[in-house]
Structures are given as structure tokens and as C-alpha cells.
Design a protein around this ligand. Structure first.
Ligand SMILES: [Zn+2]
Length: 89
């Protein structure tokens, strides 16, 4: 497995630690496809690359007007995908 780094921590190592901590806490770890999670509006679902301003850390949907911190919008999209995956079983 090719290991990517997230803030200096090898991805595989982070994954192992997360799964270990989740097991202790009795929680499940759900992996989701990250595609477009930084471009998708968490309010209306519109995918638009121009909605995210990385320099200002802002997300502003040009379709419905929703705005938020960009990292928050990404987290909401990841959560949404996780919930959808749980519903599928
Ligand atoms: Zn929107």
C-alpha cells in the first residue's frame, strides 16, 4: 500500500491509530470516497470547484448562497457520505 502523508503523519499509520482508538471506544470507522468533498455544497449538493476559497478558508455556494468555513463544509460532506454508507448497510 502506498502511504500518503497528512500533516507529517503517514496515512497508513494514522489509519491504524484511528481504528485502534475507535475499537477501544466501541466506535466504527467508515471509509468514504473523498471525491468532490471539498467542492460539494453541504446544503444543496451542487458541486462547484469555484465555491471554495482556500486562501480565505471560506466556502460559498454560488447556487444556494450557503456559506461556511471551508473545512467545516468538507467535514459535513464526509459525514453525509458516512451516513449514506451506513444506510446502505
Ligand atoms: Zn448550495
Amino acid at each position: 500500500m502506498k502511504s500518503k502523508n497528512i500533516e507529517g503523519v503517514p496515512y497508513y499509520g494514522l489509519q491504524q491509530k484511528l481504528e485502534y482508538k475507535a475499537r477501544i471506544a466501541g466506535c466504527a470507522v467508515i471509509y468514504v470516497d473523498p471525491k468532490h468533498t471539498s467542492q460539494r455544497c453541504p446544503a444543496c449538493g451542487k458541486v462547484d470547484k469555484k465555491s471554495r476559497d482556500r486562501e480565505r478558508h471560506e466556502y460559498r455556494c454560488h447556487s444556494c448562497g450557503y456559506s461556511s468555513n471551508d473545512d467545516r463544509a468538507v467535514a459535513m460532506n464526509i459525514r453525509h457520505r458516512g451516513l449514506e454508507k451506513m444506510k446502505q448497510g
